[in-house]
Design a protein around this ligand. Structure first.
Ligand code: B3K
Ligand code: ZN
Length: 884
């Protein structure tokens, strides 16, 4: 907690460490009311930093009770060192020395879930970014890499399983019913990758033979009642290991790889070397209890953490400003893995939808920062959509510009050149440049400039010369601390379509060779013109295919153009994009009409486009489902200059109902065509696609008051053979006016799944997201439900997070009570878990988007939070920046 003004840390102030730690020997004595941590650090003066004499050694440490310090086996007295809230300073006497420290901590009281803490009956750790300093005094910075040997000691009965990073080298019994195990990790690593687990856990075993023929033991540890829910995670892990060998040539390096699932975890999972610790929501998946979305998330997160073994662990970050070095690259890698395992187009649609409604909003808000930030107060606040998702888009653009082979040459060089090092984003780009003989200096502006660029394109066709001209203009709005921006390198993947929707061969003026029928233009200037030759008819451009750059594309398409592209573009992603942008255009028009108090009328072109998509049996059902999904309220808010929440909500709901009424026949036809779900569940892409479409259609049908829809929905709820269908039916019922069926279903569901925390999370979040009136009161009531626990991050996200982020109608209630409720929870949470409190702030920080009355109400809540005493640095940074 904050006692003085928090300090800003700047990238420009980076300095190499004065000392390095060759070996780290840790012994943990775990007890119910405390833990003793004994460390022996074998250290030396950093030779790169040889100044005169030996500088003082400043170790990081927070919330630690120091029991003893010894330098080269001489115990130090209090006069020999200085201690403050964040550090321990002492004076080494020689360039090489051994430092022994004992600290006492209380894991059972650690509600922030950072450092060593208890989740249920087990001990576990979370050290990234700066949690290790809550365990012992250390050089807790990623550029200090050390070999760790860890002994864990605890009572055998309650904690039969004792784990840490690397390989088990010894174990044995100790007096008083206690036992111990010693683990050794041969790979030097920063402290943020340290992990420890002690608990009563069930183990699922498997194995993997690497490409060079080494056998690796794979283990997933879960609480015994979850033993049946691990098969999908294990399978995903093996597929990820094979994929990383095939696509990146990366082989696993230890003899054992472990995953442990815990219920109390601040984020999704953590890539600790050889011992990944996961939020149980990202491991457990069984058809009875997890939806298809959860299955896909497990696959993606298991892969993501595994991929970090190279992109993050073997090659790590020099400092936390470089966080996207490992996160952007690893998100790109996991997205490509998921695309290869499932439908590539659908995966891209999901990711782009998420990026545009969430990261674009971040980039336009008060916390906007570059992919490589210049400064921060609290690093935990910088695990953002910009670092992760935009960072991945930046890597994707590099992949697009180099092509798959050039990119692979670059990553090979990167991993080889920097293995065992802590490096920067510049080092990553330099490896790609050197391997390909290219210059990315201008491209690197994507790392240093914040904000979402706008790419305005217009065109001119000249029949006389058979030329088609594309004029591209780019700009980027000001962001905090960056009033002016330089032009980016924007890869614009595109094609030109003739009147039949066929791609036209592309030849650029001034180039000898043609470019086939699809090309990537590099837009590098503020304004730039591309002239295509031999174009015999007026074409329609298909632009930014696959969302080849994270920009806002503006092109003067008519609604008819968009319909044409939605029906004919050979590129699946851009067909969806055309349908989506048509829906956006139609809804935006209706919002204006609604604001002017005029009657609403739905553009028949949207309706007919949906009708033909529904009736086309050739289309991938998952694509049809994606097309039928209207742009979210969050995306419409992001796109608006000043978001009129009431109008957005009203118009979107009205349009959904109009569509449902007009399309009732084709919707039922789809239900018939898809038929009933086959008895046994399958998690393959085709089966998921069918469920996705069937449930999207059910959602529409439930908007009509047809009794057949209600009975189909109730029947699906009761008879569903999997959670995807059961959950979809419950969502439809909860959002319907059928009070009796709704309450019966909710009650039945809660009774049946009360022993399954992750299913109960779903039950909370379905109700918290329901836009029907009275949402706040429902959420307040649910806070008192016995299954709710404000100390559990999953529960907080399911109830408070879902309310604030997904229930815009109720959160933005005109009387401000939604804001007040969330602000009060943030204040309450900040005392328990600052990282989670800070996350919950995001919706309030977006206050500038709304009408003056709501702005005032939201600001008042932020001001009230800021006035609280003892605010964490996490909450302080976000609130103060959003009010600035
Ligand atoms: N690297 C972790 C995130 C740690 C967040 C710390 N506040 C998970 C991941 O990105 O893989
Ligand atoms: Zn990651």
């Amino acid at each position: 907690m904050r006692t003085e003004q928090p300090q800003t840390i700047y990238l420009k102030d980076y300095q190499q460490p004065d000392y390095l730690i060759d070996e780290t020997h840790l012994t943990f004595e775990l007890f119910e009311d405390h833990a003793l941590v004994h460390s022996r650090l074998f250290m030396h003066r950093n030779s790169q930093e040889q100044g005169a004499g030996l500088p003082p050694l400043v170790l990081h440490g927070q919330q630690l009770e120091l029991r003893s310090v010894a330098l080269d086996e001489h115990a130090l007295s209090a006069a020999d060192y200085q201690q403050d809230e964040d550090s321990l300073t002492l004076q080494p006497q020689a360039p090489e020395f051994e430092l022994a420290i004992t600290t006492r901590i209380e894991p059972q009281n650690n509600t922030a879930l950072e450092g060593l803490y208890k989740s249920g009956g087990m001990f576990c750790t979370q050290c990234e970014a700066e949690g290790f300093r809550k365990i012992t005094y250390y050089l807790d910075r990623p550029d200090v890499m050390s070999r760790f040997t860890t002994t864990v000691m605890a009572e055998r009965g309650a904690y039969p399983v004792l784990l840490s990073n690397g390989n088990l080298i010894a174990s044995g019994d100790h007096e008083g019913g206690r036992h111990w195990a010693t683990w050794e990790d041969p790979f030097p690593k920063p402290a943020y990758l340290f992990a420890l687990v002690a608990g009563d856990l069930y183990r699922i075993d498997d194995s993997f033979t690497t490409m060079s023929g080494r056998d690796v033991e794979l283990r997933i540890y879960v609480e015994p009642e979850n033993r049946e829910q691990c098969a999908h995670a294990m399978d995903s892990l093996k597929r990820a290991m094979r994929w990383d060998e095939q696509v990146y040539g990366r082989e696993y390096d230890l003899d054992i790889f472990m995953i442990v699932a815990v219920n109390d975890f601040n984020m999704g999972a953590m890539e600790n070397k050889g011992l990944n610790i996961f939020n149980s929501s990202c491991v457990l998946a069984h058809p009875d209890t997890a939806t298809d979305m959860a299955f896909q998330r497990v696959e993606a997160v298991v892969a993501h953490e595994y991929f970090h073994n190279w992109s993050g662990n073997r090659v790590t970050c020099r400092d936390w400003f470089q966080l996207s070095l490992k996160e952007g690259l690893t998100v790109f890698r996991d997205a490509e893995f998921s695309a290869d395992m499932n439908s590539r187009t659908v995966k891209r649609i999901e990711d782009v939808t998420f990026l545009r409604s969430n990261q674009f909003a971040e980039d336009a808000g008060p916390m906007a920062h570059p992919v490589r930030p210049d400064s921060f107060i609290e690093i935990s606040n910088f695990y953002t959509l910009t670092i992760y998702e935009k960072g991945a888009e930046v890597v994707r653009m590099l992949h697009t510009l180099l092509g798959p082979e050039g990119f692979r040459k670059g990553t090979d060089l990167y991993f080889e050149r920097h293995d065992g090092q802590a490096v920067t984003c510049d080092d990553f780009v330099a490896a790609l440049e050197d391997a390909n003989g290219v210059d990315f200096s201008q491209f690197k502006r994507w790392y240093s400039q914040a904000g979402t660029p706008v790419l305005e394109v217009d065109s001119h066709y000249d029949a006389a010369s058979s030329t088609f001209q594309l004029r591209c203009r780019q700009s980027c709005p000001a962001t905090p601390g960056q009033p002016e921006k330089q032009p980016f390198v924007i890869p614009l993947r595109m094609a030109l379509l003739d009147g039949e929707g066929r791609e036209i061969p592309l030849k650029l003026a001034g180039e000898g060779q043609g470019r086939g029928t699809e090309t990537v233009l590099a837009v590098t200037e503020a304004e730039q013109v591309f002239v295509f030759e031999n174009v015999s008819e007026q074409p329609l451009p298909s632009l930014l295919r696959g969302f080849s750059a994270p920009v806002k594309l503006v092109y003067p398409y008519s609604r008819d153009d968009r319909v044409f592209l939605a029906m004919h573009d050979p590129d699946g992603f851009n067909r969806w994009e055309a349908a989506q942008s048509l829906a956006v255009d139609v809804l935006q028009g209706l919002i204006q009409i609604h604001q002017a108090g005029r009657p609403l009328l739905l553009d028949q072109r949207l309706l007919e486009m949906y009708r033909s998509v529904l009736l086309d049996p050739q289309l991938d059902p998952a694509m049809v489902a994606e097309i039928l999904r209207l742009p979210s309220e969050a995306y419409l808010i992001e796109l608006a200059e000043v978001a009129d929440v009431d109008a957005i909500h009203h118009v979107r709901e009205w349009a959904r109902l109009e569509l449902a009424k007009a399309l009732v026949e084709p919707l039922w036809l789809v239900v018939q065509r898809l038929g009933a779900e086959p008895g046994s569940y399958s998690a393959d892409a085709a089966a998921m696609a069918r469920r996705s479409l069937r449930n999207t259609v059910l959602g529409y049908l439930m908007l009509t008051d047809a009794p057949a829809a209600l009975s189909a929905c109730v029947q699906q709820f009761v008879e569903a053979g999997n959670m995807t269908d059961r959950q979809a039916a419950l969502v439809a019922l909860v959002n319907s006016p059928h009070e009796q069926q709704k309450h019966a279903a909710l009650q039945e569901f809660a009774q049946r799944w009360s022993d399954y925390p992750l299913v109960m999370d779903m039950w909370f979040s379905i109700q918290a997201s329901s836009p029907l009136p009275g949402g706040l009161e429902r959420v307040q009531g649910l806070m008192k439900h016995p299954a709710f626990n404000i100390r559990n991050p999953n529960k907080v996200r399911a109830l408070i997070g879902a309310f604030a982020n997904q229930n815009l109608a109720n959160f933005h209630r005109a009387d401000g009570e939604g804001y007040r409720f969330v602000a009060e929870r943030i204040i309450e949470l900040d005392r328990l878990n600052p990282q989670i409190a800070s996350r919950m702030l995001t919706p309030l920080t977006r206050w500038r988007k709304f009408d003056p009355a709501r702005q005032e109400l939201m600001r008042a809540e932020l001001t009230r939070i800021l006035a609280c005493e003892e605010l964490s640095t996490d909450v302080y940074e976000v609130v103060s920046k959003s009010l600035a």
